[in-house]
Design a binder for this molecule. Structure first.
Ligand SMILES: [Zn+2]
Length: 318
């Protein structure tokens, strides 16, 4: 099914969003447009022979915004198969939460969504967790390529104790690995530790073999150049060398700075168990940074489709 989401002018998308955040019919139609473009189809059989159901008395759209398929006779709504399928929350709250999550550089707290949408904290958390899941990279994502900066850091937990823990090692902070293309995409992962074995495995998983790897002189990365056609360059941070020609890890470091400001400023503390979700969100924002707010919101909504069955929430399963 060909979609024509992105043929809309950039400004048109932004203009639609405020109404979609306040009016339920506008919200439903906004999501329908993102999903089907101008060719609404049946979510069960793919048929284009479908119609919006209307209330026989008022002639208005059916209260549940149902569609009906003439081929398989099924009724359905735009929620089916997307991360919002199991939710009874109005679609205008989903629109608002997607908009905020896709446009706030430093993230948006569930507490803020709770206040603005006047929903419970539990509902706000449900919304945000599913939106972050929608933003997660697909497993078939293309590997990073070109010049790829790799770096590791520690996120969250208590502030480090001076003199006791160098670079967060030995504290309750969570190690996070980042691989970022120069002028391109980023992928970050929570890692079990910062050993050579773990970090090299992370690089192998995320970076294409033709790439050039750039790291600092942390010894865990030693030897990784043998596995990449572009080799491995290092800047010697221990002797205060930060840039040598185009060899530096400034992109990875600024991505960590942004991540940490978001985590500490908005989310205060994120436990190790859930940190990966915030990485999904921050990576999405980084990777879509050249889009305008309307396009980025539409992209996040587009990614929500087809992800319902994959969602597993440890805290909700308890
Ligand atoms: Zn059908």
């Amino acid at each position: 099914m060909k979609k024509d989401n992105y043929n809309l002018s950039k400004s048109a998308l932004i203009e639609e969003i405020p109404l979609a955040c306040s009016d339920e019919l506008a919200a439903v139609e906004f999501f329908e447009k993102r999903r089907w473009g101008n060719n609404p189809c049946c979510v069960h059989c793919g048929s284009l022979d479908v119609h919006k159901m209307v209330d026989s008395k008022t002639g208005q759209r059916n209260k549940r915004y149902l569609w009906r398929c003439h081929d398989c006779k099924a009724q359905y709504t735009v929620r089916i198969g997307a991360v919002y399928e199991e939710s009874r929350l109005p679609m205008r709250h989903w629109a608002y939460a997607f908009w905020r999550a896709a446009t706030s550089k430093k993230g948006v707290a569930a507490l803020e969504i709770q206040r603005h949408c006047q929903i419970s904290y539990k509902s706000a958390l449900f919304l945000m967790n599913r939106i972050r899941f929608a933003m997660a990279p697909d497993t078939d994502n293309q590997k990073l390529a070109g010049t790829v900066e790799c770096d590791e850091t520690y996120v969250g937990g208590k502030p480090r104790v001076p003199g006791v823990s160098k670079h967060g090692r030995g504290t309750k902070k969570t190690p996070v690995f980042a691989a970022v293309e120069r002028h391109g995409r980023i992928r970050r992962q929570v890692v079990a530790d910062v050993s050579g074995r773990t970090l090299k495995n992370a690089i192998r998983g995320l970076v294409d073999g033709q790439s050039r790897i750039v790291t600092d002189d942390y010894p865990a990365y030693n030897g990784i150049g043998r596995e990449f056609a572009g080799g491995h360059e290092t800047v010697c941070h221990t002797t205060k060398e930060y840039v040598r020609g185009d060899i530096h890890t400034n992109t990875a470091e600024s991505s960590f700075a942004l991540l940490k400001r978001g985590i500490t400023g908005i989310y205060h503390s994120v436990s190790k168990e859930y940190l990966h979700r915030y990485l999904w969100q921050f990576d999405f924002l980084w990777n879509a940074r050249k889009m305008n707010d309307g396009e980025r919101t539409a992209l996040a909504i587009g990614l929500a489709e087809g992800k319902r069955l994959m969602y597993r929430s440890p805290e909700e399963a308890r």
